[in-house]
Write a protein that binds this ligand. Structure first.
Ligand code: SPV
Ligand code: MG
Length: 272
């Protein structure tokens, strides 16, 4: 079975992803930061990032995986973050092995955390959880940082020992070569944990293809946020050009659709 996870950043994006049949939600750090008009550089406080995941929790019954960057601080912070998310009904956190403070994986200059420190964050997170079902996903940035497969494998061993429930391997190549290499190495090494992937740059690779090389879950991390930017720009341009919205009305959701999505009664004016 392969899990399809849609990136979301608020209640409405969570509602839409659920409506279209996705299996789970990714509370994306990039998209949540962007929705605040801010870069994905560890600027938002964890209470702000958590608040967005809580909006998603209230709007959707899908499992939610929260992207918690590198844990927002040291181990004491990681423990608090886990308890905060877990007590809010979030199902999983994903902790990456970049050094704090992190930058988005698609900008240069990210440093990796030392392997033992990164593993201790995973161990701390697992010890902090209070319910058996809560999951901690260890995200590996070895390829992003140019450290290659051997670094990824040696870290995967440590993260598995630390209690990780799953691994997430990130790559920014335009094809899935590193993902295939990683899956092969991990399985040859006897590590049986589920592996997640985020095909942002290698988007031609379908979830079926990823599944066939050993990926258990595909995360579409930022496409809904990017789509909303394009749609909003189209409205702004059309309104600037025409000084009215008639020309763009056919391209945007009707009020009836909006009302229906958020559980309001149908609008009183029928042509809306
Ligand atoms: C996010 O969605 O915030 C992620 C995934 O961490 S990515 O931006 O692709 O690194
Ligand atoms: Mg992120």
């Amino acid at each position: 079975m392969h899990v399809r996870v849609m990136g979301a950043h608020d209640g409405l994006t969570a509602v839409l992803a659920e409506r279209y049949g996705f299996d789970a939600l990714w509370a994306s750090g990039l998209a949540i930061s962007a929705s605040h008009g801010l870069p994905d550089s560890g600027i938002l406080t964890y209470t702000e990032v958590h608040a967005a995941a809580v909006q998603m929790r209230h709007a959707s019954s899908l499992p939610i995986i929260a992207d918690v960057d590198s844990g927002f601080g040291d181990n004491e912070t990681v423990a608090r973050v886990v308890r905060l998310y877990e007590s809010s009904g979030i199902d999983a956190v994903c902790i990456e092995d970049k050094a704090y403070p992190k930058r988005n994986s698609f900008v240069d200059g990210n440093e990796l955390e030392a392997p033992d420190i990164a593993a201790s964050r995973i161990r701390t997170a697992k010890q902090a959880q209070r319910t058996a079902d809560f999951l901690v996903i260890a995200r590996q940035e070895s390829y992003i940082a140019g450290r290659g497969a051997e670094d990824a494998l040696s870290r995967a061993r440590l993260y598995e020992k630390a209690g990780a429930d799953a691994l997430l391997v990130h790559s920014r190549q335009e094809h899935a070569g590193e993902i295939e290499e990683y899956c092969k190495l991990i399985r040859e090494d006897g590590i049986r944990l589920p592996i997640f992937a985020i095909p942002t740059t290698y988007h031609q690779t379908s979830s079926d293809s990823l599944s066939s090389v050993g990926i258990s879950a595909t995360v579409y991390a930022n496409q809904l946020m990017r789509a909303s930017i394009t749609a909003m720009q189209d409205v702004l341009e059309s309104c600037n050009a025409n000084h009215r919205t008639t020309e763009i009305e056919g391209e945007i959701a009707t009020l009836a659709e909006l009302f229906q999505l958020v559980g309001m009664a149908a609008p009183a004016v029928s042509r809306l």
